[in-house]
Design a protein around this ligand. Structure first.
Ligand SMILES: Nc1ncnc2c1ncn2[C@@H]1O[C@H](COP(=O)(O)OP(=O)(O)OP(=O)(O)O)[C@@H](O)[C@H]1O
Length: 386
């Protein structure tokens, strides 16, 4: 979808903002560009829509070299959302959203319909907000209108430069969540500049880590960048708490699970007790005949009830469960919140096993595909701190 071929920018004063960048972004993918200040992220982005002219290399968009495409045509194909410029203060919010459709000569009715659709998408209905002026919106609302404006002409590609940079952390968190939802509906091809590694981890399909001079140090999925940084630069950039960050991107997998004794609803208490006897922990998980989770039962309860009582009569419900594939962060947060030693993991209703704090720790230490960068010894102390 977007291919950068030996792309470079040397500013007239001799500053090499981007050296020779090769990179591909596939259709529907969101790639976050991260790196220290001044490493050429914004320059890279602005070369894609030709706000900055490259001094070397090519940008190929869906097979077309974009230097051969007119600026108007580019604007239709590429949406642009930025933090700094914001909205035109003298235009209403509705007119701001309709900026590109107006430039493209859409008629009034089509513009109005599209504006209403985009404003709904970002949760600010046109009836209420379209006639306001930007200063009559909160910072977070303005950012949302920025996103609506970027999407208004239904571009294939969206370039976003610190789009949520100017709002407080809570509004930022909400905007990120909303943008994830929008992206899961629209599947735009997105290049997203951020200095916030957590934002990149949360939103990106892949993260591109740049160093000075627009050098690409690693381009990989968030879990790989955090779990197997390509080199010391990337490891330092993503930070010493990357072990914790991995919680947000690493899913619970079957191999992580511990398998306690399992009893059935119709088992007798005495039989269930015998099943628990040999186990390291004094409890069993209770399932029905279909293997669906129905609760748990402790050894003491089974001892105290009549031996021919049914498990069904004494089983207790779990307060929380997680699904296979949920992220470890959710699992760990449930374990901590309920002060639980174990958390059942389900596939739909079917019981698969339990996750313990030790199992979460082991899962975080699991090597990720593409390992071979910074070695495991380097990583172990970081994870031990989790
Ligand atoms: N018009 C310009 N003339 C000269 N140098 C420039 C110009 N614009 C940017 N630069 C330089 O190019 C380099 C890359 O800048 P760029 O804005 O792309 O970095 P960035 O990674 O987006 O930084 P930040 O995270 O601070 O926004 C910097 O050294 C910057 O000073």
């Amino acid at each position: 979808m977007i291919r950068l071929d030996g792309l470079g920018k040397r500013y007239p004063d001799g500053t090499v903002a981007v050296d020779s960048l090769d990179m591909e972004v596939t259709r529907g993918e969101l790639v976050a560009l991260v790196g220290p200040s001044g490493c050429g992220k914004s320059t890279t982005l602005r070369m894609v829509n030709r706000l900055v002219e490259p001094t070397s290399g090519r940008i190929v968009l869906d097979g077309d070299d974009v230097t051969d495409v007119s600026a108007v045509e580019l604007r239709r194909r590429i949406g642009y959302v930025i933090q700094q410029v914001g909205l035109f203060p003298h235009l209403t919010v509705g007119d701001n959203v309709a900026t590109v459709p107006r430039l493209l000569g859409w008629d009034k009715r089509r513009r109005k319909e599209r504006t209403a659709e985009m404003m709904d998408l970002v949760g600010l209905p046109a009836e209420k907000y379209a006639d306001r002026y930007p200063h009559e919106l909160s910072g977070g609302q303005q950012q949302r209108i920025g996103v609506a404006r970027g999407l208004a002409a239904d571009p294939d590609v969206l370039l976003m430069d610190e789009p949520f940079g100017a709002v407080d952390p809570i509004a930022r968190d909400r905007l990120q969540g909303e943008f994830r939802r929008i992206q899961s509906e629209l599947h735009k091809t997105v290049l997203f500049v951020t200095h916030d590694i957590d934002e990149a981890v949360r939103l990106a399909d892949r993260i591109a880590v740049f160093s000075e001079g627009g050098r690409l140090e690693q381009l990989a999925e968030p879990a790989t960048v955090l779990g197997a940084p390509a080199n010391q630069f990337v490891a330092d950039f993503v930070g010493s708490d990357r072990g914790l960050r991995r919680l947000a991107v690493q899913p619970v997998e079957e191999d992580d699970l511990v398998h306690p004794p399992v009893v059935r609803l119709a088992d007798r208490a005495a039989d269930a007790r015998r099943v628990i006897d040999g186990a390291p922990e004094p409890y069993a998980v209770v399932v029905d005949d279909a293997g669906d989770l129905r609760g748990w039962v402790g050894a003491r309860t089974l001892e105290e009830c009549p031996p021919d009582a049914l498990v069904e009569e004494v089983a207790r419900r779990f307060e929380e469960t997680v699904q296979i594939g949920d992220f470890l962060r959710r699992a760990l947060s449930e374990l901590v919140q309920h002060d639980a030693g174990w958390l059942p993991v389900l596939d739909g209703d079917r019981f698969l096993g339990v996750l313990t704090p030790d199992a979460v720790y082991a899962a975080l230490r699991r090597t990720v595909p593409g390992d071979g960068g910074v070695d495991a010894e380097h990583e172990a102390p970081l994870l031990r701190a989790v």
